[in-house]
Design a protein around this ligand. Structure first.
Ligand code: A2P
Length: 270
């Protein structure tokens, strides 16, 4: 009998003020899953921001990590997209959550991947690898994105094809979305690539930008600071490499306090 079925055990998290209830869990691969939780009525956030979420550790103390909110700000629930690391302190346990379980959520959203950190532009690029697509899952569902830009390009690079499923299904579902389907139509372009398994488009996005492949594929002249804005989310190594590429195109890094042409954030890793 495990903790969940042992009804004589009190459920300790329920007594915490920041507890939220899991409403849905979907597993994509043995390393990736998505889950939804109830949203505190008082929680306001800007699309692209992250919060601290977690579980109670063995010592009874909260074990929390930063997670981008993958759902849009108009959604009545919160969605998260997570890696599963078998010996990761949090995700080794978090991967077993089921609807009805409780997680801890600290309702203090922060982050740099927000529209306010960018100067106005014509086209926005969302560059992601792995679970770095999470903040963009929120931003591509935000009407503000389509009000601010004529064109929205989401790139997602993963090692294997199955790791693209979450993003691909999300992009497909937007076309029929009653709230933003019409805004997305003709504006959102999706550019998935893989690096270690055969797929229609292969290669690191940094390479595809540097050799011009992506511009030919999308029939775009290139990236320039006059028209283009970018948000980046992936591993540390990816973030560093793509920063160099974007700076090469003349884009400068912005912040909430000083908006410019691109912003970067590290994806959750363990
Ligand atoms: P690659 O397979 O060539 O390493 P990871 O799972 O290691 O975070 O990688 C996710 C995806 O990001 C992979 O397709 C990986 O390509 C790519 N990637 C990792 N590091 C970089 C980098 N420094 N620049 C560009 N792409 C990267």
């Amino acid at each position: 009998m495990n903790e969940r079925t042992n009804l004589t055990d009190p459920a300790p998290i329920k007594t915490l003020p920041d507890a939220q209830t899991v409403t849905e869990v979907q597993h994509y691969t043995d390393r990736l899953f998505r889950f939804r939780v109830t949203r505190p009525a008082s929680l306001r956030f800007r699309s692209g921001e992250f919060v601290m979420i977690g579980l109670l550790g063995a010592n009874g103390k909260p074990l929390l990590r930063a997670y981008s909110i993958a759902s849009p700000s108009w959604d009545e629930e919160l969605e998260f997209y997570s890696i599963k690391v078998q010996d990761g302190p949090l995700t080794s346990k978090l991967q077993h959550i089921q609807p009805g379980d409780q997680i801890i959520l600290r309702p203090k959203p922060v982050g740099t991947l927000v529209h306010d950190a960018l100067l106005p532009g014509k086209r926005i690029w969302f560059f992601s690898t792995g679970t770095g697509i999470a903040p963009f899952a929120s931003l591509i569902r935000d009407p503000e994105t389509y009000e601010k830009y004529d064109e929205v390009i989401l790139t997602h690079t993963c090692r294997e094809v199955a790791e693209l499923t979450y993003g691909r299904e999300l992009v497909q579902s937007l076309k029929d979305d009653p709230l933003i389907g019409e805004m997305v139509e003709g504006k959102l372009r999706y550019y998935p690539t893989t690096t270690r398994e055969e797929s229609p488009k292969m290669g690191r996005i940094t390479t595809l930008l540097e050799d011009g492949t992506i511009f030919r594929d999308l029939a775009i002249d290139g990236i320039s600071p006059g028209t283009d804005r970018a948000m980046v989310c992936g591993s540390l190594a990816f973030n560093l490499d793509i920063k160099r590429v974007l700076e090469g195109f003349g884009l400068r890094e912005g912040a909430n306090s000083e908006p410019a042409e691109y912003v970067v954030e590290k994806a959750f890793v363990g």
